[in-house]
Write a protein that binds this ligand. Structure first.
Ligand code: MRU
Length: 369
C-alpha cells in the first residue's frame, strides 16, 4: 500500500497498548486504520467484521487475549482470561482459527507463576508468535501452491493460467500473504502469467471489495464476475484451476468456506477443473469428521441480503434496499464442500489428498485424536 508493506494487524503505541487493524469496512474505497484497546473493542471488531477471514480472526483473538491480560486483575488473572476467551470465542462460530488461537493463548498463560507484568509480557509474546506463525504458514502455502500453477502454466505456452477464486482468502483474510491468493502472488512474482476470475461473493461482497482491491494493488490481472458466472466459464474452458480458502476443514477433508463454494466445486467436478482448498494447519479441526453434520454454520443478519452498500457517483457511501420493503431473507455465511470434490488441500506442509489418510500423512501428530 503506497510503497509500504502492511500486515493486517499489529501492536502499536509506546507500551504496545493498542491493537491496530486495517478497518475492512472501509475498503475498497478508503484505506483506514483503527486502534482496538479493550477486549470489548476486539469482540466488536470480529463480530461486526471490521476484521474477517479465518486467519485474521484467529490473530485478532490472540491479540484480544493479550488485551485481556492487560485488563485482568492480579488475584483474578486466570478467571478473567477464561472469561475473555469465552467472549471472543462466541463472536463467530464457523472458522476453527478463532477458538484455536484463544485456546493456544490460554494454554500459554493459565496456571503460570510470575507477576502480573511478567504474565502480560508472556501474553504479548504468545500473541505475536501466533500472528507470525500465521504469516509464515501462508508464505509456505504460496510456495506449495506455486508448483501447481507452474505445472499448469507449462501446458499453456505463455498464455495466462486462469484461476477462479471465491470470497477473500488473500492477505487481508490473514496476517499476511493469504491462503488461496498466496500461490497466485507467488506465481505472479515468479513471472508466470496468471489471471484471476474474482467471484463477487454476495452478500458481503468480499470478492468485489477485498479480493479485487488486493489483486489490483499487487498488479495481478483479474476480472470481477457475478457469483453465478463460474459454471459458464468452466463449460467454455475459461478456468484452469479453482483455489479457495477455508474456514474449517475436518480430519476427513470436508471443507467449510464462504457460502457458494460448494456450487463452484460441483461445477468444477462436472467440467474436470481441478479444485483446491488452501489452508494453514490452524484451520483443521482434527476432532471433527463429517463436515456436513458437524461444522457449525453461522447465520447472519438478513439485512446483509436485503441491502447493498456502495459508492455513489458523487463519492458518498450509501446503503440501498434491493428487494420489496417487507421481503424476508435468510443469510447463511458458509457451506460445506465434501472432500470428494476437492482435488487437494494446499497447506504449509505440502499438498495433501483430501482424505483422512492424506491429511494425517502430513499431520501425523494428530493420528490418535
Ligand atoms: O465471513 P468472512 O469474510 O470472515 O469469511 C471467511 C472468509 O474469508 C472466507 O470464507 C475465506 O474464503 C476463507 S477464510 C480465509
Amino acid at each position: 500500500m503506497n510503497g509500504r508493506r502492511y500486515r493486517t494487524i499489529w501492536l502499536e503505541g509506546p507500551d504496545r497498548a493498542a491493537v491496530r487493524i486495517i478497518d475492512q469496512r472501509a475498503l475498497p474505497h478508503r484505506f483506514e486504520l483503527l486502534d482496538l484497546r479493550t477486549v470489548e473493542d476486539v469482540r466488536r471488531a470480529i463480530k461486526d467484521m471490521y476484521v474477517r477471514g479465518a486467519g485474521l480472526i484467529g490473530a485478532a483473538a490472540a491479540y484480544g487475549m493479550y488485551l485481556a491480560a492487560r485488563e485482568a486483575g492480579e488475584a483474578s488473572f486466570d478467571a478473567d482470561l477464561l472469561k475473555a476467551a469465552e467472549i471472543l470465542k462466541n463472536t463467530r462460530p464457523t472458522a476453527s482459527n478463532l477458538a484455536w488461537a484463544a485456546d493456544a493463548m490460554l494454554a500459554a498463560l493459565l496456571d503460570r507463576p510470575g507477576t502480573r507484568a511478567q504474565k502480560i509480557g508472556e501474553a504479548r509474546r504468545a500473541a505475536e508468535a501466533i500472528a507470525d506463525g500465521d504469516a509464515e504458514s501462508c508464505r509456505s502455502i504460496g510456495l506449495c501452491g506455486l508448483e501447481i500453477i507452474r505445472a499448469l502454466a507449462e501446458r499453456k505456452n505463455g498464455e495466462a493460467v486462469n484461476i477462479l477464486t471465491h470470497c477473500n482468502a488473500g492477505w487481508l483474510a490473514f496476517v499476511d500473504y493469504g491462503s488461496a491468493l498466496s500461490p497466485v502472488y507467488a506465481a505472479f512474482d515468479a513471472g508466470i502469467a496468471v489471471h484471476v476470475w474474482v467471484d463477487e461473493t454476495r452478500p458481503r461482497n468480499q470478492g468485489a471489495s477485498l479480493t479485487a482491491w488486493e489483486l489490483g494493488c499487487h498488479g495481478v490481472p483479474h476480472d470481477l464476475i457475478p457469483d453465478n458466472a463460474g459454471g459458464h466459464l468452466m463449460q467454455h474452458n475459461m478456468v484452469d484451476l479453482v483455489i479457495t480458502g477455508a474456514d474449517r476443514v475436518t480430519r476427513r477433508g470436508d471443507a467449510a468456506n464462504k457460502i457458494g463454494t460448494y456450487l463452484k466445486a460441483l461445477a468444477a467436478k462436472e467440467n474436470g477443473v481441478p479444485f483446491y482448498i488452501a489452508l494453514p494447519s490452524s484451520t483443521f479441526d482434527f476432532k471433527m469428521r463429517d463436515g456436513l453434520r458437524e461444522i457449525p454454520i453461522e447465520e447472519r443478519d438478513p439485512a446483509e441480503v436485503r441491502y447493498m452498500a456502495g459508492k455513489t457517483a458523487d463519492g458518498c457511501m450509501e446503503t440501498v434496499l434491493i428487494c420489496p420493503d417487507s421481503t424476508p431473507a435468510r443469510n447463511w455465511g458458509f457451506d460445506v464442500t465434501p472432500a470428494r470434490y476437492i482435488t487437494g488441500l494446499i497447506t504449509e506442509r505440502g499438498v495433501a489428498e483430501a482424505s483422512e489418510q492424506g491429511i494425517l500423512k502430513l499431520y501425523p501428530e494428530h493420528s490418535h485424536e
